[in-house]
Design a protein around this ligand. Structure first.
Ligand code: SAM
Length: 244
């Protein structure tokens, strides 16, 4: 049926594509994607022939009306290079405008690096805040981190290898030491999940930046240590003494 289908694709392991994603990609009259070479490779692997339309920050405004018109008439899919579209990837304005134009917008959910990382890091997941990529410039990054310091939730970031050590050092400076985890190359051959606290992790890659794609997770603020009974007694005694 007609509509805009937001289709998640693998973040590394091609086995993670869903049967429903394949069916939608096979049936779509058009597939909007970030980089046609990346999506063509995925489609070739599954023997799917499709009309690809590049959709990225530089041409989005020009391409959007045509995609919306087509989605009113038949199935149009949006994919990104990897993972779930709109999650640190293009598509938000397309979805908003498509909804406003009365298009049926349909999720075809699947992999996303942030969810994969949260699911295996062993940090609290009852509440998390996904903060995407931190700003590259040191000053802007420090203020972005300061805004998150009091958030009572696990924090999740996307980061690149060359910036990881600086990112972890800034997180330590801005948030204090907390349990943390770095997920690398998830679902791929060299997948790893390194856990520790921010102080350990900040020194681990200081000399050699890791290769590949990364998710950084930081646990929520630690509860202030409860005072010991003996401390309360002595504080009460001091207070009483000062009254007499
Ligand atoms: N839309 C994607 C998703 O749903 O995960 C994210 C797109 S964002 C432009 C790309 C970033 O996601 C990478 O720089 C990296 O931080 C993270 N990422 C993507 N694939 C990953 C993987 N296999 N392992 C760890 N992080 C990954």
């Amino acid at each position: 049926p007609a509509g805009l289908y937001i289709v998640a694709t693998p973040i590394g392991n091609l086995g993670d594509i869903s049967p429903r994603a394949l069916m939608v990609l096979r049936c779509a009259s058009r597939i909007a994607c970030e980089d046609t070479r990346v999506t063509a490779k995925l489609l070739n692997h599954f023997g799917i022939k499709a009309r690809l339309t590049p959709y990225h920050d530089h041409n989005a405004a020009a391409v959007r009306p045509g995609l919306i018109a087509d989605a009113l008439a038949g199935p149009v899919a949006l994919v990104s290079d990897a993972g779930t579209p709109l999650i640190s990837d293009p598509g938000y304005k397309l979805v908003a405008d498509a909804r406003a134009a009365g298009v049926n917008v349909v999720a075809v959910p699947g992999p996303s690096a942030v969810i994969a990382a949260l699911s295996i890091a062993g940090l609290p997941t009852d509440r998390f805040l996904f903060a995407g990529f931190l700003p590259a410039k040191a000053g802007a990054r420090a203020s972005a981190i300061a805004e998150l310091a009091a958030v009572p939730a696990t924090l999740a970031f996307y980061e690149s290898g060359p910036r990881l050590a600086a990112c972890l050092a800034d997180l330590l400076a801005g948030l204090g030491n907390r349990p943390a985890a770095v997920g690398r190359e998830l679902t791929k051959k060299f997948e790893e999940m390194v856990t520790g606290d921010l102080a350990d992790l900040a020194t681990r890659w200081a000399d050699a930046p890791p290769k590949g794609e990364l998710v950084v997770l930081v646990g929520p603020p630690l509860p202030a240590a409860a005072p010991e009974a003996a401390d309360i007694d002595s504080a009460l005694r001091t207070a009483l003494a000062s009254l007499s």
